[in-house]
Write a protein that binds this ligand. Structure first.
Ligand SMILES: Cc1cc2nc3c(=O)[nH]c(=O)nc-3n(C[C@H](O)[C@H](O)[C@H](O)COP(=O)(O)OP(=O)(O)OC[C@H]3O[C@@H](n4cnc5c(N)ncnc54)[C@H](O)[C@@H]3O)c2cc1C
Length: 413
């Protein structure tokens, strides 16, 4: 265990990925200096706890790994080494109980991130990790040393190995601003551009619709779209009307495909089924039913269950004339086309896609062009939906990078 005591490793970035790398390293007696630009670590982790911290998911492994889409192959060994069961056991070890929600999502029993982070930081400090806050990493100097800007001075240090866990590109005010892309590019560590993931989309609403319905949930609804391979995909759930368009769980779940569609063709169309429980024939029958002196609005409400924001959406997209024609109205209820013009800005997104390319790293996440430099967490080029998949891959890749450093140091000894 003490063979590695002579080595110092710099971990830059104190989110879940960097902290996990620090834990793996300190456990083997390495000296660990953890640097972060912010006054405290784990700010995004704490924010994630505000809406209910979803740590991981209990679905079986093939389905779980498939959530990482095009990067499932690269992430699979890391996710197998630190799988959702191992993650839960690790959280329990920190004294934090967890529970499985009805959808299979795993949460701390109190839904919060702060007690977990507090317990974890205490354990890391007790183990000897040295925390250096307000240390902004600026890259390397000409002698190959790390440069940090601190409130007092510029600091240059020369550790034996480095773990970069600098986060993605969303919520820059919490520390992860993606400025590292250019610094790594100069060193031959290539990245795909950062893009919004798990994000909302822009729709041009009329002023009347926006004022009346922004903030309203649309539920239940089925959203369908045709992917780039020409296959129709659909999903039931709910979303929220925002001032600028649409957001919420159903939209986030489809966001990767919708973003790619917009990248390829300038816009994407979601087709909404506002009456998921009823067939098109049934809706047409109900809408065509004689309504006597009743208004179309109350007829729709009593016969098809459409009112409020759903009725507002029909008014938004149909002319007054179409609204009174049963065939047009029924068709719109079952297939209302919603044109999405752009993803909302990356800073508002829950996570980001893009980042350091796996091809630029070896299987231990060490940069091929810069031996001794490892990358982990959301800064790597993968994306996943919400559901605990983001944090799981951050923890797992942080652990892989930490183990990679240990193996590399042993090989140097
Ligand atoms: C609103 C919201 C809710 C979320 N909820 C969930 C959830 O319930 N479940 C889930 O799985 N995921 C959730 N996520 C995503 C999850 O929080 C992130 O994927 C995760 O925090 C990324 O971890 P990381 O360690 O890679 O990076 P971060 O947590 O972003 O940490 C990166 C660190 O690097 C530091 N840093 C960056 N650049 C520099 C520099 N140049 N010098 C020094 N330090 C630097 C930053 O200050 C920061 O502390 C949520 C995200 C958001 C925004």
């Amino acid at each position: 265990m003490h063979e590695l005591q002579k080595y110092t490793v710099a971990v830059i970035g104190g989110g879940p990925a960097g902290l996990m790398a620090a834990e793996v390293l300190i456990a083997q007696g390495v000296q660990v200096d953890l640097y972060d630009a912010m006054p405290s670590v784990g700010r995004k982790f704490l924010l994630a706890g505000k809406g209910g911290m979803n740590l991981t998911h209990t679905e079986a492994e093939p389905a779980f790994v498939a959530r990482y889409g095009a990067r499932a192959t690269q992430l699979a060994p890391m996710l197998q080494d630190f799988n959702p069961d191992a993650l839960r056991a690790w959280v329990h070890e920190l004294g934090i109980p967890t529970f499985v929600g009805s959808s299979g999502r795993v949460f701390p029993t109190d839904m919060k991130a702060a007690p977990l982070l507090r317990a974890w930081l205490k354990r890391l400090r007790d183990a000897g990790v040295r925390f250096h806050m307000r240390h902004r990493w600026l890259g390397w100097d000409e002698a190959g040393q790390l440069r940090f800007r601190t409130p007092e001075q510029e600091l240059h240090v020369q550790p034996d190995a480095i773990v970069l866990a600098l986060g993605g590109g969303s919520w820059a005010r919490l520390g992860s601003d993606g400025k590292w892309l250019a610094m790594l590019e100069q060193q031959g560590i290539h990245s795909a551009p950062l893009q919004a993931a798990n994000c909302g989309f822009e729709v041009t609403w009329s002023a009347h619709f926006r004022e009346r319905y922004a903030g309203e949930p649309v539920k239940p609804v089925i959203a369908a779209y045709t992917d780039q391979q020409g296959q129709q995909q659909q999903r039931q759930g709910e979303f929220v009307i925002s001032d600028t368009g649409v957001e919420g769980s159903l939209i986030y779940a489809l966001s990767s495909a919708l973003r790619e569609q917009i990248n390829a063709s300038g816009s994407a169309t979601l087709t909404l089924d506002l009456a998921p429980g009823k067939s098109a024939e049934r809706v047409l029958e109900e809408v065509s039913h004689p309504r006597g002196s009743r208004s179309m609005a109350s007829h729709l409400q009593s016969k098809v269950g459409i009112a409020g924001v759903k009725a507002g959406l029909l008014h938004e997209y149909l002319t007054k004339e179409e609204y009174t024609q049963p065939d047009k109205l029924a068709a719109a209820i079952k297939a209302l086309p919603l044109r999405l013009q752009a993803a909302r800005p990356i800073d508002e997104a829950i996570s980001s896609a893009g980042g350091v390319l796996f091809e630029t790293l070896d299987a231990q996440l060490m940069a091929r062009s810069k031996p001794g430099v490892f990358c982990a967490g959301e800064m790597l080029d993968w994306e996943a939906p919400t559901g605990g998949y983001l944090l799981t891959a951050c923890f797992a890749s942080g652990r892989t990078a930490g183990l990679g450093v240990l193996a590399w140091l042993r090989a140097q000894a």
